[in-house]
Write a protein that binds this ligand. Structure first.
Ligand code: AMP
Length: 172
């Protein structure tokens, strides 16, 4: 874990002033760190019968794909609006300024699925909470929530559903 941490880059004032951005690209480009991230994420869900990993656009696609591969599960993208080609379901959610929308293919998840929703960083939790509702509307057997990094000071867990099982590899 200390090795992964040593490869995460802090970027001050990105994308706006006052934000300390946790940049995982420096960990993803490091072969050993990428391997440890994939292995450690998969250890959290080894015996849980996971059938699909949902990755949130765009940084959640990286860890989400690795996790799906490690678990022998399928990968499903949750995307910004207008990107997916077939019939979709969508969820609008409040951001600091205005709203945003997250979209998935309507046939992406079914009632037999056990799902992990993955994103790289838990900040305020708004994006993940919306994605959770979207996945829930497709009635899977079980939904887990996972992040590589959790920014505890922002208390994002309080935004997530109380009954959701949430894991993160690294807490700041
Ligand atoms: P949230 O506020 O939890 O809805 O975060 C929205 C998205 O922004 C997440 O997918 C994160 O990838 C990203 N994000 C927010 N804050 C940070 C941060 N300080 N460092 C890196 N990524 C962040």
């Amino acid at each position: 874990m200390e090795y992964i941490k040593s490869k995460i880059r802090d970027v001050v004032d990105f994308p706006t002033k006052g934000i300390l951005f946790k940049d995982l690209t420096t960990a993803f480009k490091d072969p050993r760190a990428l391997h440890i991230i994939g292995w450690d994420l998969s250890q959290l869900y080894r015996d849980k019968g996971v059938t699909k990993v949902v990755g949130i656009e765009s940084r959640g696609f990286i860890g989400g794909s690795i996790l799906a591969f490690e678990l022998g599960a399928g990968f499903v993208p949750a995307r910004k609006p207008g990107k997916l080609p077939a019939d979709t379901v969508k969820m609008e959610y409040a951001k600091e300024y205005g709203t945003d929308t997250i979209e998935m293919h309507r046939d992406a998840i079914g009632p037999d699925d056990v799902v992990v929703i993955h994103d790289d960083v838990l900040a305020t939790g708004g994006t993940m909470a919306a994605c959770y509702e979207l996945v829930k509307s497709m009635n899977p057997k079980k939904i887990y929530i996972n992040f590589i990094i959790e920014l505890e000071a922002l208390n994002g867990r309080s935004t997530l559903p109380a009954d959701a099982e949430v894991t993160s590899l690294i807490k700041y």
